[in-house]
Design a protein around this ligand. Structure first.
Ligand SMILES: [Fe+2]
Length: 395
């Protein structure tokens, strides 16, 4: 019999993580919509509990006590830019009603899990935990775009910065890359299966991520500035989570896929494919048992640090995992053998549309458990709000 003790502890930690984020929001701002393509903040307050209820409550055979909220808060949105949501604050329930619902969901689920922990399959517990931890990141970047006056900053520090470093192209020898996850090897989302090998020809990849300093040259040559930059009295600043600072030239630049592609073309280079990323990162020693202790990951900070702040892997390439997700040139598609989860059929399949591209690695706000090599992230090509970086490649 499984006791689910470890998942229960992880769920409690994940709840503490997301609770602390909601505590940063000025209550007067809970009906704001910091990102036009997403729901208002109030949706996310109800969503995490509604998701757990819809998943675990059903598995535990519990009767609904608020079917309207179970439905209202069930799923987020991902519209194209021509199809933005138009709902108004008054269309949403009062905060107190949502908080009451949340408390009741947690109380009922916890009581049921205490009584018969083995009734909640371990896979569903992992889905609930990782879903919540993914929102701990997506909600953080959403709050990033909420005006400072609506946030209550915790104690925080910002990494120092210096001039942009010289980068060099590192030769990666031809060889195999292992993508995906093996069945029976622990939890993975539907899109991580099946595991397979790809033979990757030799290529060269930049030692460092592209920096703000690098990208500034592109902006001076008439490219649009990234969404995270703001102009103050004629000088570029980085718009941080809790303050604006003079543009840190040696930090990675946060950009959309389209901006990353445009910069790479301007430089006569390209972005790595998902297989090339795997080859450079995981054949380079960043396996699933790496500790990532020196990397800017797992909620260590709110913003990036210099691209030179952590040591290179055994190929001589640094920060492939950490300090910002990395765009790949690979559209998000299923691996051979893909099977959607029966209890969440749209998790990946709704996004196999050629409009979303794969990101790998992880950001300062990515939970430790999501740094496994098989984990795949994906976003629309013009979406500029995320903690997404890139690096150059030469075939
Ligand atoms: Fe969600």
């Amino acid at each position: 019999m499984t006791t689910n003790a470890e998942p229960r502890q992880s769920l409690a930690q994940a709840r503490a993580q997301t609770d602390s984020l909601f505590n940063l929001v000025d209550p007067a701002a809970l009906y704001e919509r910091p990102i036009p393509e997403r729901h208002r903040i109030i949706f996310y307050l109800g969503h995490l509990e509604a998701f757990d209820w819809n998943l675990l409550g059903r598995a535990l055979d519990m009767p609904a006590f608020h079917a309207a909220f179970d439905h209202l808060f069930s799923f987020g949105i991902d519209p194209g830019s021509g199809d933005l949501p138009t709902d108004q604050p008054a269309d949403w329930p009062e905060v107190d009603e949502v908080r009451d619902y949340n408390a009741r969901v947690r109380g009922a689920l916890d009581a049921a899990l205490d009584l018969a922990p083995s009734n909640a399959p371990e896979e569903l517990m992992h889905v609930a935990i990782e879903h919540r931890l993914m929102h701990a990141e997506t909600f953080a970047y959403m709050l990033h775009h909420l005006p400072f006056e609506h946030k209550v900053p915790p104690a925080f520090s910002v990494a120092p910065s210096g001039p942009a470093p010289q980068t060099r192209m590192v030769e990666i020898p031809a060889g195999p890359a292992t993508l995906g996850r093996k069945h029976g090897d622990g939890f993975g989302w539907d899109n991580e299966f099946d595991q397979h090998q790809v033979e990757v020809p030799a290529f060269s990849i930049a030692q460092h991520k592209v920096t703000n300093g690098d990208y500034l040259e592109f902006v001076k040559a008439a490219a649009a500035a990234p969404h995270f930059w703001i102009c103050r009295e004629g000088d570029w600043c980085y718009h941080g989570m809790f303050e604006d600072i003079p543009l840190p030239l040696d930090w990675p630049v946060y950009v959309s896929y389209e901006q990353a592609q445009a910069y790479a073309r301007w430089k006569g280079k390209s972005l790595p494919t998902e297989a090339q990323f795997h080859r450079a990162a995981y054949a380079g020693g960043l396996g699933d048992h790496a500790d990532f202790a020196g990397e800017n990951v797992d909620f260590r900070s709110w913003d990036p640090e210099p691209v030179t702040a952590s040591p290179p892997n055994r190929f001589g390439v640094s920060q492939l995992v950490g300090n910002g997700w990395e765009w790949t040139a690979t559209p998000f598609e299923p691996f051979a053998g893909f099977q959607p989860f029966e209890f969440y059929p749209g998790y990946s399949a709704n996004f196999f549309d050629g409009q979303h591209y794969v990101l790998k690695g992880g950001s300062p706000r990515t939970a430790r458990c999501l740094l496994r090599s098989s984990f795949r992230n994906w976003f629309r090509t013009a979406y500029p709000y995320i903690y997404a970086t890139f690096r150059l490649l030469e075939n």
